[in-house]
Design a protein around this ligand. Sequence first.
Ligand code: HDD
Length: 709
Amino acid sequence: MPSKKPDSPKQSQLAGTDTPDRANSNSKLQALEVARSDATGQALRTNQGVRIADNQNTLKAGPRGPSLLEDFIMREKITHFDHERIPERIVHARGTGAHGFFQSYGNHAELTKAGFLQDPEKITPVFVRFSTVQGPRGSGDTVRDVRGFAVKFYTDEGNFDLVGNNMPVFFIQDAIKFPDFVHAVKPEPHNEIPTGGSAHDTFWDFVSLVPESAHMVIWAMSDRAIPRSLRMMEGFGVHTFRLINAQGVASFVKFHWKPRQGVHSLLWDEAQKLAGKDTDFQRRDLWEAIETGDYPEWELGVQIVPEADEHKFDFDLLDPTKIIPEELVPVTPLGKMVLNRNPDNFFAEVEQVAFCPGHIVPGIDFTNDPLLQGRLFSYTDTQISRLGGPNFHQIPINQPVAPNHNNQRDALHQHVVHKGRASYEPNSIDGGWPKETPPAAQDGGFESYQERIDAHKIRQRSESFGDHFSQARLFFQSMSATEQQHIIKAYSFELGKVEREHIRARQVNEILANIDLKLAAAVAANLGLPAPKAGTVQVKGSQLAKSPSLSQMNHPGVVGIKGRKIAVLVADGVDGASVDKLVKALEAESARPKLLGPTSAPVKTADGKQLPVDASMEGMPSIMFDGIVVPNGVDKALASSGLAKHFLLEGYKHLKAMVLTKDLLNSLGLKEDKGLLLGDEQKVIDAFVKAVEGHRVWEREAAAESIPA
Ligand code: HDD
């Protein structure tokens, strides 16, 4: 019997779109487990449907005899296994994904005729894949790198893919340079080192020779490249796109995703340690947040520039190395995206999802950005080798919810049994179907924006793309003092790994000196190079002295400490009532407290009860938490344990909010501050919650400097 066509994943993913009641989350979890299980009650069979009697032993000549080639059951199983892996993505190989939905805030018909942006009642399913760029599939999550932020909207009018990053600009201006850039950043060809990072000669050789990369590289050296969580990143469509309304009026737009969880980062020391202690840190964080009902949300917004204002800026809207500062054109919110369902199968969904910036729907169109134009070719091309042919749109995760009839036929992995005799158009045999739909205001066929082009065919970069430093300077000068220090340290760390002195010097003298002389001098000092006295080019500077929206300190989020992880350290003798009180107070804020003991075994409370723990302090070190609290009764036990002392001092060093007891504070030799609090009264908890909301106790940075890492 032919197998049943799999259910569209898009319908089922609409289940659970409400924020769940936390009390229900356990039963929901169990229901999910059952839905995910493969307990079908079906017999084990071969791919040809034959029941299998023995799945433990190869067919042999006697119990000790040679194996027989005729064992078709064993050969089929091993052959399939041998081919389980497909080529990983050439870039963005390491990723994770989730299902969710998008809902428009209102009717944006004045801006676009795209149906999913016109009806606030309409729920559009989405699938999102987040990724790093440089590392292979098995590489660490917390490396310093750009994060991919690709969203597939399954709209009624076809799939729309917004294939962006967590940084609003890119390294190069023209797609023809993409293979050069990727070859330079990827592990070096002779020894395949380093995995996951850009701290090596070929990357810095390339970017120091290509000044157009300066703006993106400073973003990559900022804290944006080490996000605390995929839930806490902004997303950007990068290029300027067009939105077109039913009257044919077009506006230029830049797409933005604003996380309700705020924009927060790891510290570099945490990021490096996490890459070893929990390679899957960000994948796990997203998975757990969704499983426990802390559904991450983003607001989709656009910066809108009327066609008539195209040339009003001191940069070119078509240049993908430029932002439109939000102070010049604010972001208009269009709707929200909620991620509320984890994949059922990583390979089938996260690995096989195929994005392409060329997947657009009526009401959205491209611009002539030369990077975007090249991308329109590259993505479909790469899927053909990665997913084994041109029918990858038939893989369930890639199928649109809109019907897709056409006359394309056959090819590798064809799953559709096409009926009818006429696979051409026009035809009279099948009544002329499938037929074209003329463009119309609504529900019409796709019509490209009729941009007038009158030009010579040339290979040339527009002069309006020529300023590579003004916005990099604007970025650096818009950072807080702390963020600037982190950028200086990141350049110094990365260039410190570069073996060739002339590459280090070129980056300092020909790139950093043109961005900001203080930045160049500080990095030069850390590398033992002379400070440059002047830049090498005349930098015209930006329209703005500062763009506060660039500093992530100005994006604290609006969900308080919902979903933040708090360590509660316990040991034998702990005051059970104090633990209860702290845990309840944290849960009231929708934070996720975890009880950590010296080992994974339960501890004994002061009144002799067994208290189970979630993990040991070694299994879940401080770098996995946003805050630490210590209940009463464990001062002595913690102060005499090297493991606990390391946990607490490392948390302090990483500027975490902490609640301690007075005795423990004294024995650790620490001082109270805005985020280091004593006691377990409500006002202490309130101050602790505020400090976690602020993400780090930045005021502590100088005091924490002397604590060993
Ligand atoms: Fe790309 C994957 C984002 C420039 C060619 N890119 C890929 C992914 C993201 C981006 C998020 C992963 C999608 C997924 O999760 O499956 N890429 C960008 C952004 C760019 C950009 C924001 C600049 C603004 N990319 C770019 C250029 C080219 C490519 C200029 C080629 C000319 N990108 C690819 C690719 C990939 C890819 C080779 C690898 C795997 C895939 O497409 O499906 O075709």
